[in-house]
Design a protein around this ligand. Structure first.
Ligand code: MN
Length: 248
């Protein structure tokens, strides 16, 4: 685990992203888990697990799915510093990863296997998530094909348990887990490209008026989610996500 590639790709005089030294935190059984919704050239979700002093990172183009029958491509990217976990803001357009970043989900994780390094080597890591949006048992499985030696491709899959669902979590929970803000709002607050960022926000939106729901922060119950679903089926989202929805 090294932050060399992370540091090489970034000019910390220009980007507000943290530079990091990869110092392990005081040991604790639960480590940081975070998903950052990132409207760069393409919208994607950066899935990160703290391990050995860094955040192991995968770019998930379609974002996570709660449906165990759905396998989401997750391209492994360079390790990120621990300090990245609560980064929410704007990366300047000309810099690496230029665009708007939202902390879409945050919490902790625990491996379901005794040897994480071995699981990573074998390309089969089972784990529990304790996030605000994602919970329960998941697996990352490395695949053949796609990707490359430096950017291997994995699949992110929900295991069948009480947290599995055919609800589309990226549609139902579009806002920041830290601030409740939309991507457009984060872009506006940080001098970014509001129009571009807002393409990944729910409609209706003029780029900044997407109403951060009161449900954007904190724990939600299934009952509340179901009630919201029933009451706002017309307030759905832009087609960028519709193409991700499982066919019913
Ligand atoms: Mn990214």
């Amino acid at each position: 685990m090294s932050l060399d590639e992370y540091n090489q790709k970034r000019d910390f005089g220009k980007t507000p992203e943290p530079s990091g030294e990869g110092k392990p935190r005081k040991s604790s059984s639960k480590q940081i888990y975070v998903v950052q919704k990132h409207r760069a050239t393409q919208l994607h979700y950066d899935f990160r697990l703290e391990w050995a002093g860094v955040l192991l990172s995968w770019a998930v183009p379609k974002g996570p799915s709660l449906d165990p029958s759905v396998k989401r491509l997750a391209m492994q990217v360079e390790d990120h510093p621990i300090e990245y976990a609560d980064f929410e803001g704007v990366i300047p357009a000309d810099e690496y990863g230029g665009g708007t970043v939202m902390v879409w989900d945050i919490g902790t994780w625990e491996p379901e296997v005794p040897e994480v390094d071995e699981a990573l080597r074998k390309g089969d890591l089972k784990f529990q998530l304790y996030g605000k949006k994602l919970q329960g048992s998941w697996v990352l499985v490395r695949t053949r094909g796609f990707g490359s030696r430096s950017k291997p491709s994995w699949l992110l899959i929900k295991h069948r348990d009480a947290y599995a669902s055919d609800d589309d979590i990226t549609v139902d929970e579009p806002y920041s887990a830290l601030s409740g803000r939309s991507l457009g709002r984060i872009a506006r607050d940080n001098g970014g490209n509001v129009e571009q960022a807002a393409t990944a926000d729910p409609l209706p939106s003029d780029g900044v008026a997407a109403k951060p729901s009161t449900r954007g922060v904190g724990k939600k119950t299934g009952a509340k989610r179901a009630a919201k679903k029933a009451s706002s089926s017309t307030a759905k989202t832009r087609s960028i996500w519709h193409s991700d929805r499982p066919k019913r």
